[in-house]
Design a protein around this ligand. Structure first.
Ligand SMILES: Nc1ncnc2c1ncn2[C@@H]1O[C@H](COP(=O)(O)OP(=O)(O)O)[C@@H](O)[C@H]1O
Ligand SMILES: [Mg+2]
Length: 304
């Protein structure tokens, strides 16, 4: 049995107080997420997906109900304690990337490490960028990168602290279909490497990459099923584009010939899973208190 990473029990969230403004965003939601799962939270716009993701990811607190992360009740933690939990255990990816515009890809990826007690942060950030195939773009500013590349920087930033779980809210929502496919390929490969992943999407085509699909309707879970119709993202790359997958990035199976696919040094093409890939997490945990993150609305650095 895989370890249960997240256990949400009877979570509700109501916004607004007045009779006219009151919105029940989540209504008695319970679910468990086990280590290694790749879950899609699906539902129409306004159904409560982001609210649920933000609560599961400790960005927001439930109105009622309990949330256990790794067996620890986080529902009553203070904002500072939650910030520390996020920094250590959770990585986030958002539709609009949330990169700092005037800092390089490398510095953006270093950001969560500045809030941690790790050393060798530049090395770790470089490895994370390498893992998403961006070794050759480390000094570029976000504005000098394509949307797909910016999202890969955001994924590197989500990975750099070696989190237990990654949450991605509509990660392909701002991308053209080809870049979206590249991002789903990358996310699916992280899943194949054992990373626990939750993506939020309103697009059935995107949800189909996941191993389990949870449907939310008007703040309630209306279906929660293993996806027997799973598609393999890398299998759909059929055009002649160039996919630079970097040295520690696995290309997966079924990539038809024709395109220029630079898989780098440690890559295995053909469906096997690389071992010894990815990101080392550096130094020991000294239990030092992380700096207090400001509120979510104030700056994106609060997310990490
Ligand atoms: N900060 C907020 N204040 C008031 N209402 C909100 C707030 N955030 C979300 N809502 C409302 O809660 C419901 C669920 O929103 P959300 O979780 O963002 O849905 P989704 O991500 O599925 O589009 C919507 O009706 C939305 O308008
Ligand atoms: Mg949303």
């Amino acid at each position: 049995m895989k370890k249960i990473l997240i256990e949400a029990k009877n979570i509700s969230k109501v916004y607004g107080m007045g009779a006219d403004t009151r919105v029940v965003a989540l209504d008695d939601v319970s679910l468990e997420i086990s280590e290694g799962e790749f879950i899609a939270l699906m539902g129409a716009s306004g159904s409560g997906k982001s609210t649920l993701m933000n609560i599961l990811g400790c960005l927001d607190k439930p109105g009622s109900g309990t949330l256990l992360l790794d067996g620890t009740d986080v529902s009553l933690m203070t904002d500072d304690e939650l910030a520390m939990v996020r920094n250590k255990k959770i990585g986030f990816v958002f539709q609009s990337f949330h990169l700092l515009g005037r800092t390089s890809a490398l510095e953006n990826v270093e950001l969560p490490l500045l809030y941690s007690d790790r050393t060798h942060i530049t090395d770790l950030a470089r490895k994370a960028l390498e893992a998403v195939g961006l070794s050759d773009r480390v000094h570029h500013l976000p504005g000098e990168l394509s949307g797909g590349q910016q999202q890969r920087v955001a994924i590197a930033r989500a990975l750099v602290n070696d989190p237990e779980i990654i949450f991605a809210d509509e990660p392909t929502g701002n991308l053209d279909s080809r870049s979206g496919l590249e991002i789903m390929t990358l996310i699916q490969q992280l899943s194949e490497q054992g990373r626990t992943i939750v993506i939020v999407t309103h697009e059935p085509d995107i949800a189909r990459y996941a191993g389990r699909i949870i449907q939310i309707t008007d703040g309630k879970i209306t279906s929660d099923e293993i996806n027997t119709d799973r598609i393999i993202a890398s299998g759909n790359i059929t055009t002649g584009g160039s996919i630079n997958t970097g040295s520690n990035y696995m290309a997966g199976g079924n990539i038809p010939a024709g395109g220029s696919i630079n898989t780098g040094t440690n890559t295995i093409i053909g469906g096997s899973i690389t071992s010894g890939s990815n990101i080392t997490t550096g130094t020991s945990d000294t239990g030092k208190t992380a700096p207090v993150s400001p509120a979510l609305s104030e700056t994106s650095s609060a997310l990490f």
